[in-house]
Design a protein around this ligand. Structure first.
Ligand code: CUA
Length: 315
């Protein structure tokens, strides 16, 4: 929009659309506010006590007036609603093939995991010009992931994944805030987002590779916790097989159908009784106290891989 100094930089594809909505709302409010204030002031002066202005012909009702002050605001409100809903939906539905990054909020830091294995704390490195989908959860209280320059803010909740996506348009460093009061050091729960040219991002990724890919770490956990004793095709089928599961539709014991997305996998690891697959008994214990949120993310990445679907990062 313009470079008004009180505004954060606009560095994502959605930023200018959000600003446009903001300016239209402010302008419409100012315009009607002025019409009312000017009319009010004019009448107050002209018809003040003792003024000689004629009071004849005062109107008691007018259908035209009633209709116009109902229909005009309704039209304006519906236009704003339609427009902002479209932007809202666009910015909440990540494009297919977006690279995925996991975020875990914790009093009081942001922990980031890239599927390639890189981990960061209070920093998020992303490439320019590529949609990035954040898969976020909290290990304690509610936090909120807020990047003003991208005009995105999404609550991060314990007990489930929430998602948010963006595409950065300008290389640089931007503020990352927690926007939900989460305790003593809420104000210190800040970080930075580093937007890099694609080549620089690839260098950054490979330069920091040391550990396993997330899916690799997940595979180790899968073996460590003995998941394969129940969940492999050749395991006697005590639990549902996981090959091809991710992205499919699962029928539950109560007949409901659910999509096997990341949140479903996460819930099934931590609270296996919540959604039992049709034809199976609830034999699985919860792994809530044995796994960190990061390890759950790694297991989810591994199960995604079993689904034969390319996970985030390289597309
Ligand atoms: Cu986390 Cu405020």
């Amino acid at each position: 929009m313009w470079n008004f100094p009180l505004f954060p930089e606009a560095a994502s594809t959605v930023a200018n659309q959000i600003d446009a909505i903001y300016w239209v709302l402010v302008s419409v409010s100012l315009f009607f506010g002025m019409v009312i204030i000017v009319g009010l002031a004019y009448s107050a002066v002209r018809y003040r006590k003792g003024s000689k202005a004629s009071r004849a012909g005062a109107m008691n009702d007018s259908l035209i007036l009633e209709l116009s002050w109902s229909i005009i605001p309704l039209t304006i409100a519906m236009a704003i609603f339609t427009w902002s809903s479209k932007v809202f939906i666009d910015m909440h539905v990540a494009p297919a093939g977006a690279m995925e990054v996991y975020v875990v909020g914790k009093q009081w830091m942001w922990k980031i995991q890239h599927p390639e294995g890189n981990k960061e704390i209070n920093e998020l490195h992303v490439p320019i010009g590529k949609p990035v989908k954040l898969i976020m959860t909290s290990q304690d209280v509610i936090h909120s992931f807020y990047i003003p320059a991208f005009r995105i803010k999404q609550d991060v909740l314990p007990g489930r994944y929430t998602t948010q996506w963006f595409e950065a348009t300008k290389a640089g460093e931007y503020h990352l805030f927690c926007a939900e009061y989460c305790g003593t050091s809420h104000s210190g729960m800040v970080g930075r987002v580093v937007v890099m040219e694609q080549a620089d991002y690839q260098n950054w990724l490979s330069g920091r590779l040391g550990g396993d890919m997330m899916a690799g770490s997940g595979e180790k956990l899968f073996a460590q916790f003995g998941c394969q004793t129940c969940h492999r095709q050749d395991s006697g089928q005590r639990g549902p097989a996981l090959d091809g599961l991710y992205g499919s539709i699962v029928t539950l014991s109560n007949g409901d159908k659910v999509a096997a997305d990341a949140d479903y996998l996460r819930e099934s690891i931590l609270n296996p009784g919540a959604k039992v697959v049709r034809g199976y008994q609830l034999l699985m214990p919860t792994y809530k106290s044995q796994l960190t949120p990061e390890q759950v993310n790694e297991l989810v990445e591994y199960v995604k891989l079993l689904g034969g679907i390319k996970t985030g990062g390289q597309q």
